[in-house]
Design a protein around this ligand. Structure first.
Ligand SMILES: Cc1cc2nc3c(=O)[nH]c(=O)nc-3n(C[C@H](O)[C@H](O)[C@H](O)COP(=O)(O)OP(=O)(O)OC[C@H]3O[C@@H](n4cnc5c(N)ncnc54)[C@H](O)[C@@H]3O)c2cc1C
Length: 427
């Protein structure tokens, strides 16, 4: 058990029971620090579609005792990441996870299944009182010895909870971030619209490939998030169909996550049948489709105010072009855990966490606005309008590889660095 700088009974308060909040709770439990998660929704449900967990985050889940025996049940180990031009020709492909030489796999999983796995694990390890549902954190007050979280319950009651620290993992619309940075600009939308769904289908290429097909402003991404059914050979294929439009009027649909009919957007992908992938059939095969604008927030100069720290999307919501939103939320929790281990449960540890991550990850947020690894499609568009016979004549192999290496180093998943790094949290 760690020495705490506040009365030992005071738990760390966590706002938000998403992937970041649950990873934080498991980390605190692992290092012997009591905590309580306050989650706004009255019932957690497995919402969302596919996400990728990069090896840097999978390593942290393994260190929490959630290894391949558990993760193989909710997802599939990714083997390849590939970009294909609108003409159906390959631009770039590289192995991923274990196949790339990482000591840990990359996983493609259903976001909601991962959240539920973490939730169940928190309840098993910390007990049923560790997650309080229907409790929305609306603000905070820093004190000398601790912090007060203001909470609104589902039936409209207001109450307060006292803690040693408050970790705000309350997502994109974070109330804590809004109080910490009252001048923050509104959500930023660059003009890309994504339609997302899952469809039963036969996995393409390696059987566990992430494929981006098309051009920078008009593309489809797909990858399996389950093992194929042994009887039918069909896996759950996660897909994202995306176009970029003029954003000068702002996002006018109001809703950030709207269920839509396939006929509202499928015309953008008419004729995208390459034999090895029939995009219109893939899109039509989904039972539910959701529309999301691709949004983020301008970075803030700090994620910490006294005894309060932002984590996950509350700190750095970013365009999902590099598959690192959920991964970074997990890594944040582990880096913060390590700081608490080293410095005790107090503001100094939060400052160390802030120093370690805020500037670098804020730069990643801005880098992802430039399309992240999909920027390669932009280079191809610029140089040949997306039509080529020999990709080496357009973007030479060395240039393609250098582009991807730069991105991976910035996102914290350079292979040798990660493989050689000591565990983030000492256990
Ligand atoms: C319903 C849902 C579906 C999603 N689907 C996808 C997807 O399909 N693909 C994808 O790439 N990303 C998706 N995301 C985003 C993705 O989960 C995050 O980018 C990533 O996992 C980082 O997680 P996080 O824990 O920081 O935030 P989130 O996963 O957003 O979790 C935040 C949690 O905090 C809760 N919360 C919000 N405000 C408060 C408050 N004031 N007090 C207490 N609790 C609060 C929310 O209910 C939520 O459970 C989804 C997020 C949500 C909430």
């Amino acid at each position: 058990m760690l020495e705490t700088k506040t009365p030992s009974a005071a738990p760390v308060l966590i706002a938000g029971g998403g992937i970041g909040g649950m990873a934080m709770a498991l980390t605190l439990h692992q290092i012997g620090v009591p905590c309580v998660v306050y989650e706004a929704v009255p019932e957690l449900q497995p919402l969302g579609v596919g996400i990728n967990l990069q090896p840097n985050a999978v390593r942290e889940l393994y260190d929490l005792g959630l290894d391949d025996r558990v993760l193989d049940r909710i997802g599939i180990q990714a083997r390849e990441w590939a970009l294909v031009g609108r003409n159906g020709r390959e631009i770039y492909a590289e192995p991923r996870g274990l196949a790339a030489g990482y000591r840990w796999p990359q996983y493609s999983v259903h976001r909601g299944e991962l959240q539920m796995l973490l939730y169940r694990t928190v309840l098993e390890r910390l007990g049923p009182g560790a997650v309080q549902l229907g409790q929305r954190v609306t603000g905070y007050r820093n004190g000398e010895e601790g912090v007060t979280a203001q909470i609104e319950t589902r039936d409209g009651q207001r109450r307060e909870a006292q803690g040693a620290l408050l970790v705000a993992a309350d997502g994109l619309h974070s109330a804590v971030r809004a109080q910490m940075h009252p001048q923050q600009p509104p959500i930023h939308w660059g003009g890309a619209i994504m339609w997302r769904g899952t469809t039963p289908g036969v996995p393409i290429r390696t059987g566990a490939s992430f494929v981006g097909l098309g051009s920078l402003k008009h593309r489809v991404v797909c990858y399996p998030i389950s093992q194929p059914d042994p009887a039918t050979g069909l896996a759950t294929i996660n897909w994202i169909a995306e176009i970029t439009v003029d954003n000068s009027q702002g996002w006018t649909q109001g809703d950030w996550n709207r269920r839509v009919a396939i006929d509202e957007f499928i015309h953008h992908f008419a004729g995208w049948d390459y034999g090895w992938i029939d995009v219109p059939a893939l899109l039509r095969g989904a039972s539910q489709v959701y529309e999301y604008p691709m949004i983020d927030r301008d970075p803030v100069p700090t994620w910490v105010d006294g005894r309060v720290a932002l984590l996950g999307d509350a700190a750095h919501v970013m365009y999902p072009v590099g598959s690192n939103g959920a991964s970074q939320a997990i890594v944040d929790a582990r880096v913060q855990g390590a700081a608490l281990q080293a410095q005790g449960v107090g503001p100094a540890a939060l400052r160390a966490y802030d120093d370690r991550l805020c500037a670098d990850i804020s730069a990643l947020v801005l880098r992802n606005r430039g399309a992240g690894p999909f920027g390669l499609l932009g280079l191809v568009d610029e140089r040949c309008g997306g039509v080529f016979d020999d990709i080496d004549q357009v973007v030479p192999k060395a240039e393609r590889e250098a582009f991807m290496a730069r991105y991976k180093a910035a996102a914290g998943f350079a292979i040798e660095t990660l493989n050689a790094a000591p565990p983030t949290v000492r256990v």
